[in-house]
Design a protein around this ligand. Structure first.
Ligand code: NAD
Length: 619
């Protein structure tokens, strides 16, 4: 009975198959291909709606969400994995409220060495991981970030003083872009690349291999506590490295929550958890990391960047230096002033102006200067400044307590040289009273500025908008280039060719045309500057490959065709060895085919001729 029904079913299937073949046979082959391609495309499209299966991770958040753990004086928020004699500690405060968050150990030199050693052991396993596993790690992180945006931003906001909106833009979006770029393209740019072989080696193949470097050390600032950790970590780990990250003494509290996310994600994909380390401390901790790591990515001020380079010289540790900036923001008279003004204020006030690539010098064509200033002052007047987690504010705090004094000193210097303050935003400090201290600085618009003022020379790193007029494009370029920094620039014009022309003459590492800092959101692009803004690139393809040991390899194209040292060049070299080489050079590199053929003729003659001492040997 069973056999009977199986046979019947088989017959039916065969019949359907044969009739479909008959149907297909009747059709044009192109149609069949088209239908198959459409079906494939439809399947791919439908698959876009199905999220990949990604394991969820559990991350301990007790110390970042429970208030009582952080307000008690002397309450440790972190127990180091190994004990150790820590001389002093890193105290953590909320810049917007001056609430005490707890303290962290100073990682001393021996402990830094130990972190690097453990990272190295983990890396030796991870170096052999597949790109599939690396992508799983990224997806686990992405899932957690997407589901916990609010908490991640709150923690960043408490540690650095930025608003939740600033945090989503600068911490979450940038990081998600980076993860997606690595998921989509990371493997492609780390794959072995074949290159041309030139004229002398046609029997070879030439390739570049991208191997992990080992243990990357990253020394990072406080301005984006989450992204500054994730950005170098993502590239380093995706390229097969381990990483030890020295976080800033001004944003260490959040780092211990963020590292738990990373460790949980590593665990979820069966990767060694020692692959990523966070270390806390001051300059000595950073110096020790420079000594022990295989490469340093330093993100910070120009002054400290120079010290890092000095330390790195001792061990010849390669460094990428991502330093300060003083980006020019050029507005031509044919730009849409209303639209540009909104971008300008965001470019200056995002994260209270504490951005390496923040707009710091505004050059506006004299014919639209008054209109631009009127728009900007109106917008700045409307900016509400206050403790970001205690109300709806447009701008948050200044992270470094002493920095407000520096900002005021820059404004005072400008005023003493003829500048005027057009408007200052208003502080709304709620009911925090005296606790607020000096952690806020109102957004300030300064006019009548010139390049003798420190405001136009030094990095501001705060919410000050200094605006200057220009009359010609050449003048705009000259002013933009009159700076010791060279990180980025933005140029606005109704004529994009003109904007491109101006931007191409500004000496800096990136340019946004009719927009601001958007190159950073295109994560395939390199990020970095020139002059005192540093060197090397850490974003994009260049940044990913900068985490690699870039190895050149050449090998025989065909097993049996090998390089053979020509007879005249074999030791002891023949008397006509030089003549032979000369003819070889003519044959390979002469500029016309005729000359190359002549070179070949000479070569044949030399090989066949009885040995003669060369002309230079006869005398
Ligand atoms: N170009 C970029 O990509 C980029 C991005 C963000 C911030 N920044 C720059 O960072 C600066 C603000 O950050 P900051 O105040 O934290 O900078 P910083 O230079 O004071 O400190 C950066 C890091 O270096 C460490 N450090 C200090 N002395 C050291 C030493 N001698 N050896 C090794 N490490 C040492 C610090 O502890 C910190 O972790 C601004 O100048 C800003 O432009 C640049």
């Amino acid at each position: 009975m069973l056999v009977n029904s199986v046979v019947c079913a088989g017959c039916r299937t065969l019949k359907i198959f044969l009739s479909s073949l008959q149907w297909a046979g009747g059709m044009d082959l192109w149609w069949v291909a088209l239908v198959l391609a459409a079906a494939y495309g439809l399947c791919r499209f439908l698959l876009l709606f199905v999220p990949p299966i990604v394991p969820a991770i559990e991350v301990d958040t007790s110390d970042v969400v429970l208030e009582e753990n952080q307000t008690e004086e002397e309450s440790p928020i972190y127990v180091p994995r190994r004990g150790g004699g820590y001389g002093d500690k890193v105290n953590c405060y909320e810049p917007a409220t001056m609430k005490y968050l707890g303290y962290l150990p100073i990682t001393n030199k021996d402990d830094v060495r130990d972190h690097v050693r453990r990272a190295r052991v983990a890396q030796s396993t991870w170096a052999n991981s597949s790109f599939k596993q690396r992508r799983r790690f990224l997806r686990v992180l992405l899932k957690y970030i997407l589901e916990n945006q609010e908490l991640i931003c709150q923690v960043s906001s408490r540690d650095s003083g930025k608003t939740m909106v600033d945090a989503v833009l600068g911490e979450i979006m940038t990081t998600c872009e980076k993860i997606h770029w690595l998921l989509d393209e990371g493997e492609r740019w780390l794959k072995t690349e074949y290159r041309s072989v030139g004229r002398a080696m046609p029997h070879k193949t030439a390739r570049v291999e991208y191997h992990p470097l080992g243990v990357i050390g990253a020394i990072v600032p406080w301005n984006y506590p989450f992204h500054n950790i994730f950005n170098p970590m993502l590239s380093a780990v995706f390229a097969g490295n381990a990483i030890v990250i020295k976080v800033s003494e001004h944003a260490s509290w959040s780092a211990l929550f963020y590292i738990r996310i990373i460790v949980a994600a590593l665990q979820a994909v069966d990767a060694p958890t020692d692959l990523v380390h966070i270390i806390t401390g001051y300059a000595e901790t950073g110096e020790a990391l420079v000594t022990f790591a295989d490469k340093i990515i330093f993100i910070g001020s120009t002054g400290v960047g120079k010290l890092v380079m000095k330390t790195a010289a001792e061990t010849l540790t390669p460094v990428t230096l991502e330093l300060g900036g003083k980006d020019a923001f050029v507005v031509c008279e044919d730009a849409n002033v209303g639209e540009v003004s909104q971008v300008a204020v965001r470019a200056a006030l995002q994260s209270s102006g504490q951005n390496c690539a923040g707009a710091e010098r505004f050059y506006v064509h004299s014919s639209i200067y008054a209109e631009f200033v009127s728009h900007i002052t109106k917008l700045v007047k409307s900016v509400r400044v206050g403790p970001p987690l205690q109300g709806m504010y447009d701008m948050g705090a200044i992270c470094l307590p002493e920095h407000t004094n520096k900002l005021q000193a820059l404004v005072d210097d400008a005023i003493s040289k003829g500048a005027e303050v057009a408007v200052r935003g208003k502080l709304f400090i709620g009911d925090l009273g005296d606790d607020v201290g000096g952690q806020f600085y109102p957004p300030t618009v300064v006019l009548n500025v010139n390049h003798t003022m420190k405001l136009m020379q030094e990095e501001i790193f705060g919410p000050i908008i200094a605006i200057m007029k220009f009359n010609t494009d050449d003048e705009a370029v000259r002013l933009a280039n009159d700076s010791k920094f060279g990180l980025g620039c933005a140029v606005f014009s109704g004529n994009t060719q003109r904007a491109n022309r101006i931007a191409s003459k500004i000496r800096c590492g990136f340019a946004a045309i009719n927009d601001f800092a958007v190159t950073y959101m295109c994560q395939s692009l390199p990020f970095g500057g020139i002059k005192e803004s540093g060197f090397g690139r850490f974003g994009g393809i260049e940044g990913l490959r900068a985490c690699c040991l870039v190895k050149a390899v050449a090998e025989d194209r065909i097993k049996y065709i090998r390089t053979v040292i020509p007879k005249p060049l074999q030791y002891p070299v023949a008397d006509n060895a030089f003549e032979f080489e000369k003819a070889l050079v003519e044959m390979l590199y002469s500029m016309s085919l005729l000359d190359r053929i002549k070179g070949l003729g000479n070569l044949v003659k030399i090989v066949r001729a009885p040995e003669q001492p060369p002309a230079w040997k006869k005398e």
